[in-house]
Design a protein around this ligand. Structure first.
Ligand code: BEZ
Length: 240
């Protein structure tokens, strides 16, 4: 089954290192990251799992739950976790799915036969609170992922879910953003009363999004766990 952007994330029930999980129930109202690794007791995977464990507070801050997966069984994951804690300095603090029957890997097409018949590739799916797929990435076994980039993308996804904006190349939280192409200049005047810079008619840059919050969140109070909200508060913006 091909899982594309905007699709509902396929639901499943699976055994994990933290017990049996029904995926949609487990996600609840949170965002989610489902990521696969090729094989337990392998070097790159060991560093990846250790790194994700280390930055889990950064996922928590963004209201994002993380869950790993490989086709190894749960008891193998549990044994491997001791090595990860020992060598990477942080115990694995999120569930890992044991997908021996490849049920979840097949649902999410995590096995790419021209790469390997038996191992999952390094897939990443970011899932929104509406259970829709917001991002998917595929890396080969030989290349460890940059999980800071995944946090950066989540910042963009969460921002663009709240505002009619898009984020430019290499954007990081707090940087200039672009007014969405579908927003007319007329509507933009209401949405972004602080003004913007028109570089080209299709390239309108917003320097100070924080003031916009007062307009856009007027009838839609922000989620207080939202990083964007906290970012604005840190900048001294008062929201109602
Ligand atoms: C690794 O994590 O290092 C790895 C896993 C499977 C194949 C190759 C490398």
């Amino acid at each position: 089954m091909t899982v594309r952007l905007g699709d509902t994330a396929p639901d499943f029930t699976a055994e994990t290192t933290q017990g049996t999980i029904n995926f949609h129930e487990w996600l609840g109202d949170s965002w989610g990251v489902l990521f696969s690794h090729p094989k337990d007791f392998t070097p790159v995977c060991t560093t990846e799992l250790g790194y994700v464990a280390r930055i889990k507070p950064d996922f928590d801050k963004r209201n994002v739950k993380v869950i790993g997966l490989s086709v190894d069984p749960v008891d193998s994951h549990v044994k491997w976790e001791a090595d990860i804690a020992e060598t990477q300095g942080t115990p694995v603090n999120f569930p890992m799915i044991g997908d021996g029957d490849k049920k979840v890997s097949d649902l999410y097409e995590m096995i790419h036969p021209n790469a390997s018949d038996t191992m999952t590739v390094r897939s990443v799916f970011v899932i929104g609170p509406d259970k829709k797929i917001k991002l998917s990435l595929t890396y080969p076994a030989s290349t460890g992922r940059n999980f800071d980039e995944i946090l950066r993308v989540i910042d963009s996804l969460q921002l663009t879910a709240k505002f009619k904006v898009a984020t430019p190349a290499n954007w990081v939280n707090g940087g200039d953003v672009i007014i969405g192409a579908a927003v007319s200049d007329e509507d933009a005047k209401t949405l972004f009363p602080q003004g913007w810079k028109t570089v080209k008619p299709y390239l309108r840059v917003l320097h100070n999004l924080s003031k916009t919050a007062l307009v856009q969140w007027g009838n839609d109070p922000p989620d207080h766990n939202n990083r964007c909200f906290r970012h604005l508060c840190n900048k001294g913006v008062r929201l109602r």
